[in-house]
Design a binder for this molecule. Structure first.
Ligand code: ADP
Ligand code: TZP
Ligand code: MG
Length: 277
């Protein structure tokens, strides 16, 4: 398989711009992984705020550089605050990423996701491949919030992701062993990562806020590609440093995210890009 050279100059610029501008990233996310999410934003140089009271989110989103929302462990308060914050983001042209956690196993969340997309146009729709397929009314395999199966992605998977991106005029990220990203025209396959990443809860949520951290500094597709490469390469580095212990792997992942260099990313990125239409 031939991997393309990544545009490391672009990745370097996005990371440096994030570090120097320190944008505020408003995250409305589940409590399971909220601490890892706040730390993930911080280690890019951006500043996290995890506010979710419906009466305060409009004002907080309005001063943020990006909004990251997540349907995991959804509550009444977060269902309301995601709508209010997304309206504030739309009014001010602030980029939004939405992580469709659990729409595979909850009709409440699936209906909410459909209604949300009728009302708002996020910069990025994100989920694991099963969640993206559920959104597209396609057959999927999952156990609760986790996609199952270790097969490689198919052309049909790429078409589903690309069609959703084209239909919703946004970027779509479908994660798994291979991450698929599309803007409706181009498709990027990111083949970095480690089988240990899905064994730590919240790594998908971390990818959501990592991508959001780059949104004030980059086009949505560049933010998505940069974040997937970075989490994937850091997952590989952590596997090498932590051995087989998953608790150590969790910490090693944060360590590698805080120390990975542009040249590590350039050397290890495994990206295939194609144009679908
Ligand atoms: N089998 C795997 N091998 C390598 N990396 C993986 C694997 N499964 C998931 N990942 C990576 O783990 C991160 C979280 O993805 P995923 O587990 O699909 O999300 P979620 O937690 O939302 O279900 C992504 O960076 C993805 O590339
Ligand atoms: C276990 C769990 N339950 C509801 S949200 C959540 C965390 C999901 O995290 P991720 O999808 O990023 O692994
Ligand atoms: Mg997960």
């Amino acid at each position: 398989m031939n991997f393309q050279n990544v545009d490391i100059k672009k990745i370097k610029e996005i990371r440096e711009h994030t570090l120097s501008c320190a944008p505020l990233i408003h995250c409305i996310t589940n409590p399971i992984s909220i601490n890892d999410c706040a730390n993930t934003v911080l280690l890019t140089g951006a500043k996290p705020i995890m506010a979710e009271h419906p009466d305060e989110v409009a004002g907080i989103t309005a001063i943020a550089g990006a909004l990251a929302v997540n349907l995991g462990n959804i509550t009444d308060a977060r269902m309301k605050s995601i709508i209010i914050a997304s309206q504030a983001a739309a009014d001010k042209g602030i980029p939004v990423i939405i992580d469709m956690v659990g729409i595979t196993c909850s009709t409440l969340r699936l209906n909410y996701a459909h209604n949300y997309l009728e009302r708002f146009r996020p910069s990025i729709i994100k989920g694991n491949l099963a969640e993206i397929k559920a959104l597209c009314n396609e057959a999927f395999e999952c156990i609760g919030i986790d996609a199952v199966g270790d097969e490689d992605v198919t052309d049909s998977d790429c078409s589903i992701v690309c069609s959703l991106a084209a239909a919703r005029h946004c970027v779509v990220m479908a994660t798994g062993k291979t991450d698929i990203i599309s803007d409706g025209i181009n498709v990027w396959l990111i083949k970095n990562g480690s089988p240990k990443l899905p064994l730590i809860t919240g790594t998908g949520c971390m990818l959501n806020v990592l991508t959001a951290s780059f949104l004030p500094s980059a086009a949505p597709s560049d933010a998505a590609v940069t974040a997937c490469i970075m989490l994937g390469v850091c997952g590989e580095i952590a596997e090498r440093t932590a051995g087989s212990l998953l608790g150590s792997y969790h910490i090693a992942l944060l360590d590698s995210l805080s120390s990975v260099t542009d040249s590590d990313l350039a050397q290890s990125a495994r990206v295939i890009r194609s144009t679908a239409r």
